[in-house]
Design a protein around this ligand. Structure first.
Ligand code: LLP
Length: 436
């Protein structure tokens, strides 16, 4: 009989125990088969005249994972020059990377950017200053560039993840478009890609509505554009009660709209998307250990203290995101699994980490209020397996806060092997760049 999985990935109690023999908790563990399947699903997204899927590196930039994704034929979305350089260090060819950044590289970084552009790195101008700074260089070297357009309308799973409305400053705003086009014309630079990313995890309907809107920008302002990039942001279901975006359905809408655009204008556009969460979120789990249990009186709460809180998974504190929990005994017995809860054996508990922050909890809502969750009461020494932790956890955590060491990362390989893909940081490594 095959062993039960603990969450949406193929992680089993057996795999957790094997990994725990190699490295102390907390650690992350990623499911290779899941990751590859998600890459393929994205590549199969319906499209009219070809699709490039650019994995958003910021979701998780661990080298082994980048290489798996590259081997599936995906391209990459980099949000900083360093992110692009890191992918190149992992063996990714520069021409598979599109840089869409808030940075305006200067000094040595400017030289590096020019060097990488000459090697084929693709670039989206995201502000008038960025455009002015690269336009002549690009034109002189016959390099076409893209433009990230600020559409004025966005949608995110929280306010902090909406990148398209007036409260966020990503891209060249429509009200600056005439000026941007004048800069581009003045430098004779070709703009061959138009990019919009409305936010992360927002309403799928808002993603759909952006398709026509963005095509409208191309028709109105960008006669040389051959590629339309719709960004990432596809909603992911981490919890049993959450509903993910329907990639096939969104792709069908994009395909039809791009075909109609062709009928209208005679122009064939290639399509790009940039998923981070959708590819990586449910591929990964975080495994921590239960250290202690405390109570705050009869009218208070029961707190389960684990050694993997905000320093390894910041999303609950930052966004009120919910991640599914599995409570696992040291012998591998599943005490409770959020995908299969038995109310007779669960209690309402609060999970907190070990940082000296009252917000260091995995059971918070978007207003930072503590929200107890049903699970079996663990014993100290049990594991807490937190699902949906592949994206923006290892890559987006203040891991050295309270002087904790950056956690190890494992790959659960397709053949069932457990491989270390990042060693746990040592205290010496944490302090090695400090000077007296
Ligand atoms: N493309 C661009 C230009 C982006 O800024 C982002 C995310 C993506 C693609 C990928 O979005 P995704 O498919 O991963 O939702 N830290 C948050 C998400 C915010 C990421 C910001 N930009 C989270 O933990 O969900």
């Amino acid at each position: 009989m095959t062993e039960k999985t603990l969450n949406r990935s193929a992680l089993t109690a057996h795999a957790v125990r094997k990994a725990a023999e190699i490295s102390p908790t907390p650690f992350y563990i990623y499911d290779e088969a899941f990751l590859r399947a998600r890459c393929r699903e994205m590549k199969d997204m319906p499209n009219a005249y070809g699709i490039t899927v650019r994995y958003a590196l910021k979701a998780n930039s661990s080298r082994a994972l980048i290489r798996i994704i590259a081997s599936e034929g995906l391209g990459f979305d980099a949000s900083s020059l360093n992110e692009a350089k890191r992918a190149i260090l992992a063996g990714i060819e520069p021409d598979r990377i599109l840089l869409t950044t808030q940075e305006v590289p200067a000094g040595d970084e400017r030289d590096d950017l020019e060097g990488l552009l000459m090697q084929g790195l693709k670039y989206n101008a995201c502000s008038l200053a960025q455009l002015a700074s690269v336009a002549s260089f690009a034109a002189r070297n016959k390099i076409a560039i893209g433009m990230r357009v600020h559409p004025g309308v966005g949608s995110g799973e929280s306010v902090t993840r909406n990148t398209g409305d007036k409260y966020s400053c990503f891209g060249v705003h429509l009200s600056d478009m005439e000026e941007a086009l004048a800069i581009a014309r003045g430098a004779s630079v070709v703009i061959d890609r138009v990019h919009v990313h409305i936010g992360s995890g927002g309403e799928p309907e808002a993603w759909r509505e952006n398709i026509e809107r963005e095509l409208g920008f191309i028709e109105r302002y960008f006669p040389d554009a051959t590629t339309i990039n719709f960004g990432g942001g596809f909603r992911v279901a981490r919890m049993p009660d959450e509903q993910a975006a329907d990639i096939f359905d969104l792709g069908m809408t994009a395909k039809q709209a791009i075909e109609q655009f062709r009928e209208r204008t005679g122009r064939k556009l290639k399509m790009e998307v940039e998923p981070g969460n959708y590819i990586m979120a449910n591929a990964g789990s975080l495994v921590s250990s239960v250290m202690d249990i405390k109570k705050t009186g009869d009218d208070g709460f029961t707190f389960v203290l684990v050694n993997g809180g905000m320093e390894v998974i910041t999303r609950p504190l930052l966004y009120g995101s919910r991640h599914p929990f599995t409570v696992l005994a040291p012998d591998g017995t599943v005490r409770s699994n959020e995908f299969d809860l038995d109310s007779a054996t669960t209690e309402e508990l609060i999970i907190v980490g070990r940082c000296c922050e009252s917000g260091d909890s995995l059971t918070l809502d978007a207003g930072h209020h503590i929200v107890p969750r049903a699970m079996a009461r663990p014993e100290p020494g049990d594991w807490l397996v937190v699902g949906g932790a592949g994206a923006y956890c290892a890559s987006m955590s203040p891991f050295n806060y309270n002087s904790h060491c950056q956690a190890a990362e494992f790959l659960l390989a397709e053949n069932g092997d457990i491989r270390v893909i990042r060693q746990r940081q040592t205290l010496e490594q944490m302090t090695q760049n400090e000077c007296d």
